[in-house]
Design a protein around this ligand. Sequence first.
Ligand SMILES: [Zn+2]
Length: 72
Amino acid sequence: MCLTCGCLLAYDDHKNSDRLTMEDLEKSATLDHVSLAEAVANIVATVEATNPPPGTARLFAGSPQLGRRMRL
Ligand SMILES: [Zn+2]
């Protein structure tokens, strides 16, 4: 998807290499010797554990799963 905008085009960086794509995630998962599913779970857990400062909680409002798990 580019992995963040919600377009569901996993390998499309929309002509901007700063965007995170499935290819980037695959490379990183390979480096860490984890499956893609584990990598995704680790990303969610890490974002949740990051405990964003007050005022940034709204950034997670668009993700029902993250919002619920973070009690936003
Ligand atoms: Zn996209």
